[in-house]
Ligand binder design. Structure first.
Ligand SMILES: O=P(O)(O)OC[C@H]1O[C@H](OP(=O)(O)OP(=O)(O)O)[C@H](O)[C@@H]1O
Ligand SMILES: O=c1cc[nH]c(=O)[nH]1
Ligand SMILES: [Mg+2]
Length: 211
């Protein structure tokens, strides 16, 4: 498993505003989108491409386009949905699949309540979107699900992670999955309720309100 923590002043600036408890939902949503677009640039560095001939107004030349099969972007509902528009801006031709997952507040165990994905993900590059990687349980279950459908190359784009969660994720993923995690920040630890510290609170609630 590879972990890349983006190191850029614009990312740090936006992340700091995101952490601020006084940042309202509309601003939070906009910043999440902007951050994802910046992270997506790094996360797609190894996206599969093929050469293509292109005719310019002046001459013909060889260019590049995304290879087939198209990558698939998988936001984990709810909070991951806030990252979809920012990702789609950079990868407009990617297909989108959905996973709805919820972490039990007491046990911290995730469960899947919705899924809408192709049956066969063999050969597809999968980009999983979820702002928070806390215990790592949700992302581990999501990667396992994609692996079960044949996916072998998965890149997770998260805003924040806890070191405990990254370690747990590395232990949990199948050895034949090539997994990368791209982060805006790696925080200190988890608290006793499984929240990332210093973190930004509950990302889903801050995006969409408390349910
Ligand atoms: O790493 P973990 O310990 O599994 O926790 C991380 C998960 O918790 C949050 O979702 P949540 O369960 O709050 O659902 P929501 O997106 O609907 O708010 C977050 O968006 C991750 O999916
Ligand atoms: O800090 C955390 C941990 C899990 N889920 C969140 O939204 N935030
Ligand atoms: Mg939540």
């Amino acid at each position: 498993m590879r972990v890349h923590v983006a190191d850029h002043p614009l990312i740090s600036h936006k992340l700091t505003t995101l952490r601020d408890v006084t940042t309202d939902s509309p601003t939070f949503r906009r910043l999440v989108e902007e951050l994802v677009t910046l992270l997506a640039y790094e996360a797609t560095r190894d996206v599969a491409v093929e050469t293509v001939e292109v005719t310019t107004p002046v001459t013909s030349t060889t260019g590049t386009r995304l290879a087939s099969p198209k990558p698939i972007v998988v936001p984990i509902l709810r909070a991951g949905l806030g990252m979809l528009d920012g990702m789609s801006r950079l990868l407009p031709t990617a297909e989108v699949g959905f996973l709805g997952m919820l972490r039990d507040e007491e046990t911290l165990q995730p469960r899947t309540y919705a899924n809408r994905l192709p049956d066969d993900l063999s050969g597809r590059q999968c980009f999983v979107l979820d702002p928070m990687l806390a215990t790592g349980g949700t992302l581990a279950m999501a990667v396992d699900y994609l692996h079960g459908k044949g996916a072998r190359t998965v890149t997770a784009i998260c805003l924040l992670a806890a070191p405990e969660g990254l370690e747990a994720l590395e232990r949990a993923v199948a050895p034949d999955v090539d997994l990368s995690v791209v982060l805006a920040g790696l925080d200190e630890r988890l608290d006793e309720r499984g929240y990332i510290v210093p973190g930004l609170g509950d990302a889903g609630d801050r995006l969409y309100g408390i349910v």
